[in-house]
Each structure stands twice: as C-alpha cells, then as structure tokens.
Design a protein around this ligand. Structure first.
Ligand code: GTP
Ligand code: SPV
Ligand code: MN
Length: 601
C-alpha cells in the first residue's frame, strides 16, 4: 500500500510499512481515511524534536498558538479554543455496540451501522486543503506488558502537540504496533467546530473511535478518555484487568516504606492535587515523602503475587488550571514553568499565563483573547488546562515507568459532597467496597458542558467513561475477589464537606495526607476506627491532627455517621441501581439491601 501514499506527498520514509508487514492493516486504514477525508497531504508523526518545532512554527503562523513570555515561561504556548468548544460533551458521546444492552443505561447508544454512516458523512472531504497527521502512540511505558498502542489520525496540529506530551508518540510506538499487530484506531477531525456537527463515537467491538467537530481535550486527544478509558475498559473486562479514572500516588513513610494508593474522583474533583500532594510541615520533618505516578488514569491487573499492579498509561498531565497555586499545588506550579501548552487561560500584561486562584495580579486578557473585564466573568475558563510532561513534575516517581507497574495497597473513591458524607470511611470487604464505588455521587463540574454543581450518581468516577454496561462493570469488579487474591482495602473520602455557612470544613490539599496516613494504618492493622452500617469511620483522634484548626462544627460533621441521612441516601442508591435491572450482580444488590436494613435498625 505504501506506493499510494506518494499521491498525498512523501511521508517520513522509515515509518512507512513494507509490503506484507504487520503495518499493512495500518497503511490500508490510513489510505481508506485519506480517500474519505481528502487531505492535501499526509504526515506520519515520528515524535521528533524537529517535527515538533515545525508544528509550533506552523501554529504560530496560523495564530492558533500564541507565544507566552519566554523569560518567565520558556517554550510555553497559549491556545484559545472556540468559545463553544471548551469541555467534554457527554450528550454527544456514544458507545456503539451491536447490542444496546452492552452499552447499558449509563451510555448513549447508537447502532454501529447508523453511527458509521453518520460519521462518514461528516468526515467526507473534511480535510480538503488540510494536512492529515498520523500519530502512532503507546499508552503506558513502551516496554510494559500492561501498555497498549493506538493510532490517531487528525487534522489538528494542536492535537499532535498535545499527544506528544500525553502519550509515548512516534517511532517506538509504531515499532510496537508492528510487533503486536493490534492497535486502537482513532479518527479525528475538528470539522467546522460546530456544536451541531459534533459527535464522539466509540466502537469497542472494532477497537475504533470516530470523533468529529471538537478540538478540546477529552473529545480530541483520543488516547486519553476515548482509548485509555472507554475502549480500554471494554478490553479490560475481556482480558481480566481494570481501566480506571484514577490517580496513582506513592506515600513513603518515615520508615522508608512506600504504599501506592489509587483514587477515583470525578472530573475536577482533586485527582491531580492528591497525586502531587506536598506533606504538611510536621510530616516533612518526620520524613514523609509523596511520589506522583499518575493523575488521571490507572490500568491495573492482578500480578503473580495476587496483588493489583498498576501503571499510568499517560506520559503527561492535562490538568485543571484554576485553583492551581503555590499554596494549593506547588508541584503542579513548578511543573508548568516551561515547555507547557496552556489552553483557555488568561494572560497578564507581560504575557504570563494567569487564572483565578493563582495570585493577586490582575490579568490583561481573558480566555477569549479579549481585554479583561470582570463584567465578562472569570478571566480563565473554569475548565482551562495545562498540558505538560509528567517528567517535569518534581514529585514524579522513580517507579512511574516500571514495566510491571506499582503494587496498590488501597483504592479510594470520593466525590464532591457538601453534606452527609464524612471525611473518610472504610469498606468492610471487597464486595462492600465495590458497592461504595457503585454508589458514588458527586456534584457536576466545568469539565463537561452543562450545569455545574448538580448532584448525580457517578459510579467509580466512570459515569462518562465506562465503555460498557455498568451492571457488567460492577460484576467485573466483583470478579477480582477470588482465592489467592490479595486485594487492596477500599475507602471513601470527601474533601468537600461544607458547613452551615457554605465554607469547606476540611482544609484539604496537603492536609489530605493525614487521611492517607490513617488508611495506611488501617492496611497495616494499626489505626483505630468505629464500625457503622456504612463502614468503619475514624474518630477525630484516630487521625494525626496536630496543627490543624478544626472548628467544633468541622470536628462534629467530618467524623459523624448521620443515620437518618444515610437511610435516605440508600433509598436513592437503591433506585439508581434498579435502573440496571436484572443484569445487576445479585451480590451487589444483597450488599445494598443488607446495609439498608442495618440502617433502619
Ligand atoms: P480532571 O483532570 O478533570 O479529571 O480533574 P482532577 O480530579 O484531576 O481535579 P483537580 O485535582 O485538578 O482539582 C480540581 C479542583 O478541585 C481545583 O480547583 C482544585 O483546587 C480543587 N481541589 C482539589 N483538591 C482539593 C481539596 O482537597 N480541597 C478542596 N476544597 N478543593 C480541592
Ligand atoms: C476530565 O474531564 O476528566 C479530564 C479532562 O481529565 S478531559 O481530557 O477533557 O477529559
Ligand atoms: Mn479526568
């Protein structure tokens, strides 16, 4: 097939497959897509510095990438999205399995034939006059048996520049694809950036993604949510592993032992912050250290020793900018001083990136490139982001790229809950922990379009990301509990409990280590707790709280089990789980019923 590429211009020669190799399938697909989308030229991306420099040049000429202050932020750029294209679009995101039940009530579904016809009509001729970029990438350390490859075809140089940071992109990934023969295909075009002509479609049975009409984050960087969560979760169920919306963090205690914790919080609910936590002063002096493995996605599978071993499939962070400061997240701030792409932030008069919560300066321009006027709302979009290599994070773990991953001691679920839900509680066993994950609720955030602050069920923080029926997903989770398994303990946290005045009751951020310390104490059988129907809760004095000023209201509410409220909460959980009908695993239902009846005693 390689000869027909000539027609579209000369691709980088060493990346083109020879006849009869494993790459034939890739070449054929690339040619098929080229015939459909009719690009002016095809560029195979090798991930090299020279390729990157040319792309940056091109985007500056086009005006899609604006230089930031080279003295304060070397090699850093600002991209301003179309104002109607600044977040994930859950109502336009579909899972297209042959049977609607496979996708489940948790997904929007369309029959594959209909979805292909709809998407191919949008893609027809859409790259005329544009360059079509072919991006081979690997999710996970290139030598890891847990890693998986994909190829994204896109007409957006911004996507190429971001994929270069977020994945292992280029020649090494292509070599692995050639070796393995299997890869996830992702076809993307920014189209007209028209919300009326925008769809993010997944075909898990074909390991295929088609995304049209958005240039933003999770809609366009197909290695991230589309591949590493929706397609990967589907594959993981078939292959006996888990693809989760979780950070991975290593907690090193003064004795030098490191425990790895994986935590699932919904979008914009604190994963990046917990992954990069800086211990409180007294903990630092005692010798505690925190190591970042991943901030958004975790792939894990049982090892020969029965424990769950996890990798971060990503190579960078696509992090929320607003609220990131030297006080809240110094590691993130240190990471983004150079070689960073900022999307939809504001700028100061001397072209430094700026957002609400960074500092007291007044910005000069807002996220739409207008002169800043407080009457126009926030200067930075609430879902503005930075894209930066994981390697730039001062707390990046020396084990983050270990091929076998890191062993997980505890799994944490959590959400934004202004009332009822205490600071932390522990599941009695794995089945109870799966129920806690399945019962999660959280207030919506600016990471997706739609209303913000609305409570919704978001099981395991995967509501927008599970590529198949949640009932089957819960059953898959339960299936890990088998003879020989040494499963992590499961916890639930809530950093966002509010007081009567609407203020956060828990200081959060670095002080969250106090809660992680308690969890590790529980894992080792050392820390105290009180049993309740919802799980084991610490008393305030089971946590190290020296130097934390908690008000009497905070002392009371953060550690309380509020029986009446939980009765109502469990009524809500019961009706939510009923949506999954007879497909819901009976063990999960039995667990829920047992707790509901214990709550009524
Ligand atoms: P995605 O990248 O969208 O998946 O989000 P994320 O879970 O990584 O969220 P992130 O850590 O970026 O946090 C989002 C927002 O929550 C930011 O505005 C933070 O300042 C805020 N936040 C994070 N941790 C805490 C905390 O412990 N307490 C409080 N009150 N706010 C927090
Ligand atoms: C999220 O929304 O959970 C994100 C950002 O991590 S995005 O890549 O847009 O999905
Ligand atoms: Mn996320």
């Amino acid at each position: 097939m390689s000869t027909s590429t000539e027609h579209f211009g000369k691709p980088t020669a060493r990346l083109v497959a020879t006849e009869g190799s494993q790459l034939d399938a890739l070449n054929q697909w690339v040619m098929e897509v080229a015939r459909l989308t009719e690009p002016a030229r095809i560029q195979w991306c090798d991930g090299s510095d020279s390729e990157h420099d040319e792309l940056i040049e091109l985007m500056q000429d086009e005006g899609t990438l604006l230089p930031l202050n080279p003295d304060t932020h070397p090699n850093s750029w600002l991209h301003l999205s179309d104002p109607d294209d600044v977040a994930r679009v859950e109502h336009l995101t579909f899972v297209c399995t042959s049977d609607a039940e496979t996708a489940g009530p948790n997904n929007h579904w369309m029959a594959p034939d209909e979805a292909h016809a709809k998407m191919d009509a949008l893609f027809a001729g859409c790259m005329r006059g544009r360059t079509m970029y072919v991006i081979p990438y690997c999710m996970g350390p290139i030598e890891s048996p847990l890693a998986r490859c994909g190829v994204e075809i896109t007409d957006s140089p911004y996507v190429v520049a971001n994929m270069r940071i977020m994945t292992r992109m280029g020649a090494a990934a292509l070599a692995r694809i050639e070796r393995e023969g299997s890869f996830v295909r992702g076809l993307h075009s920014i189209g007209e950036l028209d919300p009326e002509r925008r769809f993010i479609m997944h075909f898990p049975e074909e390991l295929l993604i088609k995304s049209y009409g958005s240039g933003y984050g999770g809609n366009a960087l197909l290695g991230k949510k589309c591949h590493a969560l929706r397609i990967a979760s589907y594959q993981a169920r078939q292959e006996g592993w888990l693809a989760e919306h979780m950070l991975i963090v290593g907690i090193q205690n003064p004795q030098g032992e490191t425990h790895y914790i994986a935590a699932a919080f919904p979008s914009a609910c604190g994963k990046t912050n917990l992954a990069m936590l800086i211990p409180p002063e007294s903990y630092r002096q005692a010798g505690w250290k925190v190591w970042t493995v991943g901030d958004d996605i975790c792939w894990m599978r049982p090892g020969a020793d029965g424990r769950l071993w996890a990798i971060n499939p990503e190579a960078g962070y696509f992090g929320v900018a607003p609220g990131t400061s030297n006080k809240s997240n110094p590691n993130a701030l240190a990471s983004i001083q150079r070689d960073t792409i900022f999307t939809n932030v504001a700028t100061t008069a001397d072209r430094q990136p700026w957002w609400e919560g960074l500092d007291d300066r007044v910005p000069a321009t807002d996220w739409q490139g207008r002169d800043y006027d407080r009457g126009n709302g926030p200067a930075a979009h609430p879902n503005s982001r930075f894209t930066v290599s994981a390697k730039q994070c001062p707390s990046y773990s020396s084990h983050a790229e270990d091929a076998q991953g890191v062993p997980i001691s505890a799994i944490v679920f959590g959400g934004r809950r202004a009332s009822l839900v205490p600071l932390v509680f522990e599941a009695r066993d794995w089945t109870h922990g799966v129920l806690i994950g399945a019962s999660m609720g959280s207030e919506t955030t600016a990471a997706a379009t739609g209303a913000v602050g609305v409570m919704r069920h978001d099981p395991m923080a995967m509501k927008p990301f599970c590529g198949y029926n949640f009932a089957d997903y819960f059953a898959h989770w339960l299936s890990f509990d088998k003879p020989g398994a040494k499963l992590p303990k499961i916890f639930h946290v809530n950093w966002f409990r509010k007081g009567d005045e609407g203020q956060f009751l828990w200081p959060g951020f670095g002080d969250n280590l106090r809660v992680l310390e308690w969890m590790i104490g529980r894992v080792k059988g050392q820390a105290g707790a009180v049993d309740t129907p919802i799980g084991a809760l610490p008393k305030a004095d089971d946590l190290t709280l020296d130097g934390v000023q908690l008000t009497p209201e905070a002392q009371e509410k953060l550690f309380a089990f509020e029986q009446e409220g939980w009765v109502r909460e469990f009524d809500g959980i019961a009706s939510y789980l009923k949506e999954y009908g007879r497909r819901l695993p009976s063990a999960l239902l039995a667990e829920q019923e047992n707790i509901a009846s214990a709550l009524r005693k």
